[in-house]
Design a binder for this molecule. Structure first.
Ligand code: GTP
Ligand code: MG
Length: 452
């Protein structure tokens, strides 16, 4: 299978969710509607969505041959093969009654040319389903990986996504000549070519990993040996309005789009109007439920910025009816990254889309949160002030003796920290300053390491 971008303009997608007993219908619906938005972001139109109930509590197994036959009618494939391997068949528990009902009420027969499953399919499952339906089949992971591929801009993001894409692709590579090989029942040229292709991809992944590690080391090298600046990271679910707020707070033209995963690379800008000391704001990749493992791992390094931040602005689209589950997902991912959640302020964004009553209810539920609209100048000014107040509260005072031989560091301290007093002595400058405990600790270490 190739996952290179194909001509998507004519793709009409049928979405399928598999509902296990441990998942509520509401959760399935939320997830399906999000899958619809993901699929739209990819440029497909959604022509319908179906839910298949499954009695087994297994997290996921996909469709038996009966279901495949039925689904084939939805994609217009009349003579679909239902060649399901015994291992897949064994995992499947199918509610035939519900399925028949589902298909009887369907008015989209023959219209879909892509079927998208709201879950991750194993390579075997994907092959079986594709063969049976006679159309291209996507799973949620592939949809997300393709969106990331389309949106990656910097070299680092492109490398991270390409590694994830190839890791996904390798086990799903199809041996086009497998039928002949079966007949030949022995080693053949086709087998060798297939194996060579796989090995080539593995080598390519190793090469990309090396390049990525090198690039990340260079970036770390560039940031070490500098005086720490106060930083604020915008984190949150995809499409919450992080980049819109970044734009408004820093007066810059970062990309804002009504698309999922518009931002993949961390962007860092200075808070405007400027403060003394300067405060940096970073915009990060958004989160989503069921983010493929590989991408979570890839983007850990991108989220380092959030890890080192003095303050997290936790942006939520309060107008989205599913925002509480989105909050839970962001909490979960940040928890996995060991990010300190005590440092966070909750921003309930897009309140311009809510009624006064809804805003009052939110106030009762989240009394400490700030209700804002990133499109409202007064709200942005309020967030600007809150950032300063909160950072001020976190700062502690400390005193350092800086020898004249190292006075070069003074310029950096002045631009990045709050200087309270300077006294000039015979051997150096005694400086009293205010900064976050982390920044003070780092400056202390830096001065110890500096050869005067
Ligand atoms: N009505 C309204 N729309 C908003 C507000 N803030 C952002 N939006 C819109 O929400 C959409 C997504 O905004 P972005 O700022 O790109 O969201 P993001 O969190 O950066 O999204 P990703 O980069 O995909 O993670 C855009 O269409 C914005 O114009 C707001 O306060 N009110
Ligand atoms: Mg963004």
């Amino acid at each position: 299978m190739s996952i290179a971008t194909t001509e998507h303009s004519v793709s009409r997608a049928l979405l399928i969710a598999i509902r296990t007993p441990c998942v509520s219908q509401q959760e399935v619906d939320e997830s399906l509607s999000e899958l619809g938005r993901l699929v739209n972001t990819l440029g497909f139109s959604v022509i319908g969505a179906k839910t298949q109930r499954q009695r087994s509590t297994k997290q996921l197994s996909v469709l038996g041959s009966g279901k495949l036959e039925e689904l084939a009618t939805l994609t217009g494939e009349s003579s679909a093969s239902t060649d399901v391997s015994p291992e897949d068949e064994a995992q499947i528990e199918l509610d035939q009654d519900e399925l028949s009902q589902l298909l009887a009420t369907s008015d989209i027969k023959g219209q879909a040319n892509v079927v998208v499953f709201d879950c991750e399919l194993s390579p075997n499952q994907l092959r079986n389903v594709e063969a049976a339906l006679g159309v291209e089949v996507y799973d949620r992971t592939r949809v997300i990986i393709e969106i990331f591929s389309k949106h990656a801009r910097t070299r680092t993001a492109k490398l991270q996504v390409e590694i994830a894409r190839l890791n996904y692709l390798t086990p799903r590579l199809r041996d086009e000549n497998s039928g002949d090989r079966e007949r030949q029942k022995g080693r053949s040229i086709s087998e060798t070519v297939f194996e060579i292709n796989r090995r080539r991809i593995r080598n390519q992944i190793a090469e990309l990993r090396r390049e990525l590690t090198k690039l990340q080391r260079e970036m770390e090298g560039r940031s070490s040996g500098r005086v720490e600046q106060l930083t604020v990271a915008l984190v949150g679910y995809t499409n919450a309005g992080k980049s819109s707020l970044m734009r408004a707070l820093t007066d810059t033209e970062v990309l804002v789009e009504d698309k999922l995963f518009a931002t993949l690379d961390t962007t860092v800008r200075t808070l405007q109007p400027p403060t003394q000391p300067r405060i940096l704001i970073s915009d990060t990749v958004g989160f989503i439920q069921k983010l493929p493992h590989d991408l979570v791992a890839s983007f850990h390094s991108t989220l380092e910025e959030a890890k080192n931040a003095d303050l997290l602005l936790y942006v939520v689209d309060a107008s989205d009816e599913n925002f509480t589950s989105q909050l839970a997902i962001v909490d979960h991912v940040l928890g996995q990254l060991n990010i300190d959640l005590d440092n966070k302020v909750l921003l309930l964004n897009k309140v311009d889309c809510l009624t006064e009553d809804q805003q009052l209810t939110l106030l009762e539920l989240y009394p400490d949160a700030l209700q804002i609209s990133a499109h409202d100048k007064a709200d942005v000014a309020f967030v600007h002030q809150e950032i300063q107040n909160l950072l001020e509260k976190k700062m502690c005072a400390a005193c350092f003796d800086i020898p004249y031989t190292a006075s070069g560091v003074m310029g950096e301290i002045h631009s990045k920290m709050q200087v309270i007093e300077e006294e000039y002595h015979e051997k150096g400058i005694r400086i009293t300053l205010k900064a976050s405990p982390i920044a003070l600790e780092r400056l202390h270490k830096m001065l110890q390491l500096t050869t005067f």
